[in-house]
Design a protein around this ligand. Sequence first.
Ligand code: ARG
Length: 740
Amino acid sequence: MKRLFGIFALALLIVTGKAYADEGMWLPMFVERLNYVDMQKMGLQLTPEELYSINHSSLKDAIVGLGSDAMPRGFFCTGEIVSEHGLLFTNHHCGYGAVQKLSSVEHDYLKDGFWAKDYSEELPAPEMTASFLIRMEDVTKDILGVVNDTMDFVDRTQAVNAKIKEMEKAASEDGKYNPVIKGFFAGNEYYMFVYQVFTDVRLVGVANSSIGKFGGDTDNWMWPRHTGDFSIFRVYADKNGNPAAYSKDNVPLTPKHYLPISLDGVQKDDFTMIWGFPGSTERYMSSFGIDYNVGTFFPIIIDIFGKQLEVMDEFMQKDDAINLMYADNHAGLANTWKNFIGQCTMLRKNKVSEGKVALEKDFMKWVKADPKRNAEYGNALTNLKDAYDDLGKVTKHVFYPNFIAHSGAAGIAAQFASYYEAVKNKDKEAEAVALEALQQMDVSALFKDTDPQVEKKNFAEMLKLYKNAFDANELPEIYSIINRKFRGDIDAFTEYVYTNSVFATPESVKAFIAKPKAKTIGKDYAYIMNTSMMEKITTVIPSYHKAISATRENDHVFVKGLREYYAATQPEKSLYPDANSTLRMSYGSVQDYNPADAVQYDYVCTAKGILEKYVPGDYEFDAPKRLINLIERKDYGAYADENGELIVCFLSTNDITGGNSGSPIMNGKGELIGLAFDGNWEAMSGDVNFEPKLQRTINVDIRYVLFVIDKYAGATNIIDELDIRKSDPKPVRVEEEVKG
Ligand code: ARG
């Protein structure tokens, strides 16, 4: 991809002849070779060794991957260490699941917030682990050493995966570390990341959702934004500083590095740097992949998730208990749903596929100019076209059943498939195994965080949605039953299932397990719904896998060719690999933008906007009275800017994506100035193509974070633990020097 720059950088450009490098999620290991000079020009004051070192403590040691288990292969969010006692900042929406699990209707921390006054009050966060990167290394030679040109793609993949397993095992030092090897540039390079994973992570503080999620899904993915999107945890270790399972004897981790905090605030053009674990981008995707997503894949997911959200919303908004139960699930679905709508809209609007077609044309011209190149890369794009055509034919046959077959009682029924099959096949041994599994099953956990009214309504709506998406002759067996026995009335069918199925309530499931009868399972409509839908997937799954595999195989060839093409035609350009949940660094600057003709968006927003958006009692725009009072009095303490205003969020040009949430945004001194938490609507196509003029990262300003902790929540114990700095007089900014 082109090394692009914003129109904002022109002043600097004239003087230095160098562009702002906003685009790119760079591997910290290569910072010195690829980025350092650029970063220094833009305002970085740290040395390469201070950024990334495997011998000394460095900035990377303060960056944490947040995972859900003890051996994560990827991270759902990022966090950063901000004190010498293992205190960790991340986003509110990253801690959301953990806070939900710690909450009850009586102690609803999502609704009311939570602040521990000392270590003893901190709450062990379920399913939250903190991974620190010890080192990374290039293992391309070892991994690709096991493949050769005579292997087909399947053999190749198998050989690569086996080698990855072997190398990861060797590097784990008997479980001391979690080494993860990942492919880069569509499997043309491989790197190993060695992590130390801490499993005792505790909740320290979280504001009410009406601060942490202020603006809800209406404001999500959009600017201007007034969300206090942060939460606070602490990493614990055993007495020797090593990872250990939760124990009251554990102590706060003494980190190798923690981030100091700057109260200096941001000005337009200030250098910014974000470190974190971006999950996935598709920057090298072909036009065929984009067209497939926009035309086929995204609309299916939008259809399904949209309906599920509608059902949840109906109940959540009028019932606190249901609201709490579905909170995390709803937030996740809503986030993806709106993202996919945004991607469909903006991939079209920003003409991303058209841009790719032009690139592909140039690429093919270059390929055809040389017989050797043509032999290697000549077919990649036509193969990709065919592969996506094939994929398009089966996609809806995979995803509708995939997301619907496990709705409500049908999902519970699915747990009984092994037992039923074993009995049917008269396989006594398998029957005994399956029965034991059923008896050990935690039935209450299966129904946890679900409400029967919501599940039932969703069950019916999903059946209707499925029916709508297919021709009558394509529908699974369950619909003939609905037609024959319920005259096609899905609501009547649902009513019947929820009154009569064994799988509708925890009580009936428990009673059934005590005295199971395979025959009953086979006749249960919830069971038939699940199995008849899953059968539909089974019939297309070979074609689906074949098509997916063909896209991977040809992407591998295409990206290899693209890299050669760029090296030959634009040798000055550095390429960065797609995000894959490994540690990356992105740098840029504080910038505003023009979302549309005649519209100018400022790069900061203030607490005044909270008052403007505030709707008392609203599901999304309510705010705590106490917060409103503080803002009305402008009682901002040390956190006000030079005009006495409170900056809530600000924009920067950093290149981030999902997984970066919670990432520290830092100034040139490596001090924390905010937490990245979102992208903006106009650049929702950004995962496929970076849009320098439009694409912005939305950050919550650290001064708003501290204001909420200190002035709103009175959690001065947390403030006292932080290393808060303010420079005086204000530092001279780089471009001011340049402009002279
Ligand atoms: N868009 C944000 C992200 O992907 C998540 C924001 C969560 N807030 C919400 N209202 N659902 O990281």
